[in-house]
Write a protein that binds this ligand. Sequence first.
Ligand SMILES: [Mn+2]
Length: 335
Amino acid sequence: MLLQADRELKASQNTALQAFWQRIHFNLHQVEEKRNWGGENLSEDEQNEAQALFEKYGYNVFLSDRLPLNRPLPDTRDPRCLKKTYPKDLPSIGVVLIYLDEALSILKRAIRSIIDRTPKSLLKEIILVDDHSTNDDLKQDFDMYIKTIEDQNPGLLMTRVRHSEQLGLTTARISGWKAATADVVAILDAHIEVHDLWAEPLLTQIKGDRKLIVSPVFDRINYYDLDIVTYLPASHAFDWALWCMYERFRPEWYKLNDPSLPGKSPSIMGILVADRTYLGEIGVLDGGMKVYGGENVELGIRVWTCGGSIEVVPCSKIAHIERHHNHTCQTSPSQ
Ligand SMILES: [Mn+2]
């Protein structure tokens, strides 16, 4: 229903935007119905700027720079999630954000969403791992923003980790884990926004079983208009080429007829939340995995063969930008 209403709204907006679109002259690999750079009355210069930013980053930075950092997200959870309550004495959480030349406004919005939507009593630290970015705005401008965050949140530890050369995603995730001190570590991409109550369902599962590696359900943030598309819960699997893909949960999960319940998963898709010490006990991630996604498959096999397991937790949602020019997993379970 939400999406139907959304589509109708977009359709009416599209009529007004049609003339605008026709003035944009560049080819993309995938032709989308709409491209809203951030307004319908952009000057030629603004269109050029928007296009250049898109080509550089793979998502609509022009629009991101104009959206509030604390923009609300639609509640895309199963209604049953709203009735759940969580223990008061949950473990503390440290959030690791990995980035390499991410757009500044995207990074700021990720941080802001984490601070606004994680209880202060649970959020111990945010660890920013920079895998050797070179963009100028990630220097002083970003430092100033972090200083503001620190001044506004005296109880929150902001930790910076900078690689002196580019070491890759897996090593960056390991660097983040090493810098963490909280009970539980959440290793996230930096082009995300967390939804309300994202942390509590994950921490509850880990509190119940420290050998669980958990993942939220991702929603998609469209790279072109930054709107949210709801993804349904599914397990994180891989095909014979070891490439990530969504797969159905085991039949038992469907028999329970409650999509708010966690489901077991063979693997993860990169974003993972785990007991910090347990993740260390099983060897964190394999830094020798250089091909995208290899470390996720390897971790899945290791967790399951070392007496642990992996769960996808539907009541925890994180919105994630799937870039235009980037790796994307197959068969996204959108509704
Ligand atoms: Mn990503």
